[in-house]
Design a protein around this ligand. Structure first.
Ligand SMILES: NC(=O)c1ccc[n+]([C@@H]2O[C@H](COP(=O)([O-])OP(=O)(O)OC[C@H]3O[C@@H](n4cnc5c(N)ncnc54)[C@H](OP(=O)(O)O)[C@@H]3O)[C@@H](O)[C@H]2O)c1
Length: 275
């Protein structure tokens, strides 16, 4: 990886696979912007990066269960940094943690949709001017093989809620956004791809779900790093990977009408408009 002089933001890098990716990017010379909610965990990572002589990372604390949290993070990054070469949208909550019952975000949206998808959508859109100014640059959306089609009559899952379905629809929404944004950014020098990093990695999300891990953080992290920095990914955009392999997402991802409905809804929920 050639990351010297590059500035990278990884949401959810205080724990799990995001933490691994942040440490590896720092070791490759990147100026790493750590993000999460937990200051103590962020400090442990920052201390480790400094101790290893891998630069001076910055921590930005923001709770992405509110749109205000995403705005605050984007505004801080835009104000403090002259470039952004890579944005890894990785922060997320699983299907059972916190709790397996339906919960809502600060803005009244179904919580998994809000944290796993809508905040990443908003962050990417708010950071686009800096990513475009830093082109060639990349966006990586950390999604999943767990995907469920969105029911546009009940995206907030007021009926038939399960944590698994909520998680899976939020992950498919990330992939639908990836395909749309890649088309919109064609020719801009900003590429955007999504992936399933690995199945049941040994992370907090998986352990809290009572699941026995079957993959390592290194496996999933290396798949994220491939999309983030792999030379073979230069110019490639709008793709979904299963680990290191190009793959197909749920058919709804390739339904242009469904993607347009999701885009319209997302713009409306976040109060944005496309320039
Ligand atoms: N683990 C797997 O097997 C697996 C498989 C497929 C996809 N994925 C995806 O990989 C990504 C990372 O998952 P992981 O397994 O590494 O999980 P993890 O160890 O639980 O880490 C989740 C990260 O997200 C942050 N986060 C959670 N809620 C947040 C919120 N409201 N605001 C801001 N940050 C928040 C956490 O930070 P703080 O706690 O410090 O706030 C933490 O850094 C997720 O998008 C997940 O869906 C994981």
């Amino acid at each position: 990886m050639k990351m010297a002089g590059k500035t990278v933001l990884i949401t959810g890098s205080t724990d799990g696979v995001g933490r691994y990716v942040a440490a590896k990017l720092a070791a490759a010379g990147a100026n790493v912007l750590i993000h999460g909610r937990d200051e103590a965990r962020a400090k442990t990572l920052a201390d480790e990066i400094r101790r290893d002589g891998h630069g001076e990372p910055t921590f930005y604390q923001a709770d992405l269960s509110s749109l205000a949290g995403a705005h605050k993070l984007a505004e801080t990054v835009l104000a403090k940094h002259k470039r952004l070469d890579l944005f890894v949208s990785n922060a997320g909550i699983g299907s059972t943690s916190p709790g397996s019952t339906r919960q809502i975000s600060a803005d009244g949206h179904e919580l998994r949709f809000a944290v796993n998808y809508l905040s990443g959508f908003l962050l990417a859109r708010l950071l686009l001017p800096l990513l475009k100014a830093s082109a060639p640059s990349r966006i990586v959306n950390v999604a999943s093989l767990g995907q469920h089609p969105l029911d546009f009559d009940d995206v907030m899952l007021t009926k038939g809620y399960t944590g698994t379905r909520a998680y899976a629809q939020s992950k498919l929404a990330q992939i639908m956004f990836t395909i749309d944004l890649a088309q919109e950014l064609s020719g801009s020098g900003v590429t955007v791809n999504a992936l399933h990093p690995a199945t049941y990695m040994n992370t907090t999300m998986v352990r809290e779900g009572g699941i026995t891990p079957i993959s390592t953080v290194e496996q999933g992290g290396d798949a994220i790093l491939h999309l983030a920095a792999g030379e073979d990914m230069t110019g490639k955009t709008g793709l979904f990977f299963n680990g290191m392999q190009p793959s197909k997402a749920n058919p709804q991802a390739y339904d242009g009408v469904a993607r347009q409905r999701l885009l319209t809804l997302s713009l409306q929920l976040t109060g944005l408009s496309v320039a």
